[in-house]
Design a protein around this ligand. Structure first.
Ligand code: ADP
Ligand code: ZN
Length: 681
């Protein structure tokens, strides 16, 4: 048997290498690299992707090889996709067959005629759906991107412009140009911004050319959308991060909106970053990639400053609409001069503004990045607060404090009448959540004889797409006066009547031990402020905080991204955190604390030894093992080793060694590697 009769297959199994199979005669002509196959694997039949022809083997080995069972006629992954998926597997140290598995349609394989109609909703204002003559900055951006697309040149553009500066309009016109060049376009947005409004803007502009993939589709609908894009029947694919795996051919542009958003990083399975991976995809596809944001990630900003990305800036809001007037309310003073007429989270200033806004018949929004009734319930007698059975976190109070819920594993229980520790104290809420804020606001105004229509926008209240659509409709129909929400409505929405935004507590999340916490706060405050006053009416933003002097809050107050970036990058440089150094995290998890800890120590020792033997690892700093901040999640204890180094190539090599060690650890211990980790908790 010669090499043409053997093929390497990426089998969808948790094993990091390729397997060799025989090609039966009747499949020889049909089987080309990139074909999806079914192969015998142990006692099972698994799917996989046939890649290159395999080297000849000796006759003894040959005897043991099994033949491919079946092949699929479509889709076939082109060379670019094969290269890209292989790169992903290497870079993120994930089993190659599982990575390839992601490139096939979820759900039913054989597609019926497209049945999923994207129904337009009536919530998009006219102006949004119109095509606008681009202003000077927009025109420049569009032409630069289209030039690269036309030349089939890979280039990364950073499209930087505040909310409302016309970035989406740039995307739309770039796509129009790309279609005119007979190419396809891929647009990735965070799931949370994949709103009916955004989808409708694409659909009104491009009609039947748009396929949309989001998490609320049924498997059948998702498969329909996927196939219509793969087959080229629809030339634009808009979706959340996983849409990046759809094997589109003939790509003319990839657009990543809100490129800074941390949801582009997948935290389970293949821990890829959709932004970074899309850049590699564009490089292989020889097309431009556009990263759009009002608050670029510091990684992208530094890449731009280093000349790797090209900056395209939209300098003002379109038609020079003004930025909202933004002010800080120092909650320390509010607390000192405590006014009992108001709930403790509400300053008289914010109350005043809300009242004025109501009187004018305009809308306002209150943001608090904490859902539920209270962050926790605490016993005033003994100080006890209930923690989750499975995780090392306190339980959050929900349903007016009647229910306790774990935000990590979903564990819930009814609120006990008395403290379960001292048996006498009655729990009191500590740290308000959106539920409490909404309730307080309703009460406060009704006591004053004013009825306000309050709607809550958080994951508890809005858990289906229908509910989101209905909420958005109600806001647009002016059936809501005050929206109380989490970051769910911080992004992507455009509410014409919204003139006041109150940030209930900017400090939430500022004190978590994560080097990106300042960056996140800056982004969130900027996004939130961008909701106010977008249609001619001036907007106002009040930020309540106990740390008004914090530089992230100060720069957000002045709408000053550049200033923020400069200051934050200085800190990162000193500590060699990304973007100056690179990180890789090795996580060790298991059901027993002692075993997890000793395994973590053993791995650390081996890693250290290994890195002293190899001089190339001299520049890598190994930190830990430390107990993770969330030291127990879903009944697993968690330890972490962090590697900090000058380049990912070096870290990748070291982590490959770490991964090999994984084969030696006790079977109950689960070892995983996260390259360029975003979540360090
Ligand atoms: P961003 O994506 O940066 O938030 P959009 O593209 O949504 O900004 O633009 C904000 C608003 O301005 C939208 O209603 C859009 O239709 C409108 N718009 C965009 N470009 C122009 C333009 N050149 N002239 C007039 N209006 C525009
Ligand atoms: Zn839990």
């Amino acid at each position: 048997m010669s090499s043409s009769d053997l093929v390497q297959v990426a089998v969808d199994a948790p094993i990091g290498h390729l397997f060799t199979y025989k090609v039966p005669d009747h499949l020889k002509t049909e089987l080309t690299p990139g074909t999806k196959v079914i192969v015998p694997f142990g006692r099972r039949q698994l799917t996989g992707v046939a890649l290159n022809r395999a080297q000849d083997v000796d006759s003894k080995t040959l005897e043991k090889l099994k033949p491919i069972s079946e092949i699929y006629s479509e889709p076939r992954l082109g060379q670019i996709h094969q290269q890209w998926l292989t790169w992903l597997a290497h870079y993120y140290l994930h089993p190659i067959g599982q990575v390839f598995g992601l490139a096939f349609a979820p759900g039913p394989e054989k597609r019926k005629r497209a049945s999923h109609k994207i129904s337009p909703t009536a919530v998009v204002s006219r102006s949004q759906n119109q095509k606008h003559t681009p202003n000077e900055d927009q025109a420049h951006a569009i032409s630069e991107i289209l030039k690269a697309a036309h030349k089939k040149a890979f280039e990364t553009f950073l499209l930087y412009g505040i909310t409302g500066s016309g970035k989406t309009e740039v995307y739309l016109q770039v796509i129009e140009g790309v279609l005119a060049q007979d190419k396809t376009a891929l647009v990735l947005v965070p799931e949370i911004s994949l709103t009916p409004q955004l989808i409708e803007r694409f659909v009104t502009r491009f009609g039947d050319e748009v396929a949309v993939i989001h998490s609320h589709l049924t498997p059948r609908e998702k498969a329909d959308q996927w196939w219509s894009a793969v087959k080229g029947e629809k030339r634009i694919l808009v979706g959340a991060r996983s849409a990046l795996f759809c094997p589109l051919d003939n790509l003319g542009v990839i657009i990543i909106d809100e490129e800074h958003d941390s949801s582009f990083k997948q935290e389970e399975g293949l821990k890829y970053h959709a932004r970074d991976s899309s850049i590699m995809k564009a490089r292989l596809s020889q097309c431009p990639v556009v990263l759009g944001s009002a608050t670029p990630s510091l990684e992208s900003w530094a890449n731009m400053e280093a000349g790797k990305f090209k900056l395209l800036e939209l300098k003002g809001r379109v038609e020079n609409r003004e930025l909202p007037d933004t002010q800080i309310v120092d909650m320390r003073l509010v607390r000192e001069n405590r006014d009992d007429r108001f709930p403790s989270w509400l300053s008289p200033q914010l109350y005043q503004e809300l009242a004025v806004c109501l009187e004018r018949g305009e809308q306002s929004a209150l943001f608090l990045n904490r859902r539920g009734y209270a962050q926790c319930l605490i016993c005033p007698d003994c100080g006890y607060s209930e923690t989750c059975l499975n995780c090392s976190v306190t339980l959050t109070a929900h349903d007016r404090g009647q229910k306790l819920l774990c935000h990590y594993c979903g564990f819930e229980k009814p609120l006990p009448k008395k403290c379960i520790k001292c048996l006498t104290g009655e729990y009191r809420p500590l740290g308000n959540g959106t539920e409490r804020v909404a309730e307080d606001i309703e009460q406060l105004f009704s006591q004053r004889g004013v009825t306000v229509r309050v709607a809550r926008a958080d994951r508890d209240e809005i858990n289906t797409r229908e509910k989101l659509e209905s909420l958005l409709n109600r806001i647009h129909q002016k059936e809501i006066d005050i929206i109380v929400g989490t970051q769910m409505i911080a992004k992507g929405h455009d509410f014409p009547e919204l003139t006041l935004v109150g940030v209930v507590l900017a400090d939430v999340g500022l004190h978590i031990p994560d080097f990106r916490s300042s960056e996140r706060i800056f982004q969130l405050l900027t996004q939130v402020a961008g909701r106010a006053g977008r249609h001619g009416k001036p907007g106002k933003v009040l930020i309540q905080t106990y740390v008004p002097e914090h530089f992230a809050i100060q720069h957000a107050l002045r709408h000053d991204f550049r200033g923020f970036a400069q200051e934050e990058l200085k800190c990162r440089k000193e500590l060699l955190y990304p973007p100056f150094g690179r990180l890789a995290a090795l996580r060790i998890q298991g059901p027993e604390l002692a075993e997890v800890e000793s395994t973590a120590m053993a791995i650390m020792k081996r890693l250290k030894n290994f890195s002293t033997i190899k001089p190339e690892f001299g520049s890598v700093e190994l930190l830990g093992p430390t107990e993770a901040v969330l030291s127990r999640l879903k009944n697993k204890f968690r330890f972490q080793i962090l590697a900090k180094g000058p380049s990912t190539v070096i870290l990748n090599n070291l982590m490959q060694f770490g991964l090999q060690l994984g084969e030696e650890v006790p079977s109950k211990i689960d070892l995983s590697i996260d390259m360029d980790p975003v979540n360090l908790l």
